[in-house]
Design a protein around this ligand. Structure first.
Ligand SMILES: [Fe+2]
Ligand SMILES: [Fe+2]
Length: 166
């Protein structure tokens, strides 16, 4: 068999697989920005989960510990729900983790957690701005509102910390 015929035969036999090798996202009814931002939100949620585990382990105050744990429970729900949304839309959910922040001292740790919540609020509001988010508007809006609750819990801790130092 000539090389040319061999190549033709092999590629002919492979052609049904070539279609399947395309990224799954290509079949999604959703645009790439929606998928990219949801994946970014998943990795951000994973980062927040690890960060809250670390911070609640570093902070000795049992009341603060339980507040951080309550926030973390919501982040688990958010990460899993976003994963389910991407699966439903034929996209591949990420398992990458946004780098968690740590440090020394209660003030520094709570500041980092507030920053994380601010970033999450911004991210969900960007997702909500996309017209294709309409289908999941209620769920994503509810996530954004939870992030606002998390932030106000942290801000309360921060003002108590500041008061105790004055
Ligand atoms: Fe979250
Ligand atoms: Fe949060």
């Amino acid at each position: 068999m000539k090389r040319r015929d061999f190549v033709k035969l092999v590629f002919g036999a492979l052609s049904p697989f070539v279609v399947q090798l395309k990224p799954k996202e290509a079949y999604s009814r959703f645009s790439q920005p929606f998928i990219s931002l949801c994946n970014l939100a998943i990795s951000h949620e994973y980062g927040a989960i690890v960060q809250y585990i670390n911070h609640s382990g570093l902070i000795p105050d049992s009341n603060i510990k339980s507040i951080l744990e309550r926030n973390m429970q919501d982040e688990i729900v958010h990460a899993r729900k976003l994963t389910e949304i991407l699966v439903k839309e034929g996209a591949s959910p990420t398992v990458s983790i946004w780098p968690p922040q740590t440090g020394k001292g209660l003030k520094k740790l709570i500041e980092e957690d507030i920053e994380g919540e601010n970033a999450a609020i911004k991210l969900y509001s960007q997702i909500l701005d996309l017209p294709e988010s309409k289908k999941y508007r209620d769920v994503i809006y509810s996530f954004m509102k939870r992030e606002e609750v998390h932030r106000s819990r942290l801000v309360e801790i921060m003002s108590a910390v500041r008061k105790s130092k004055t």
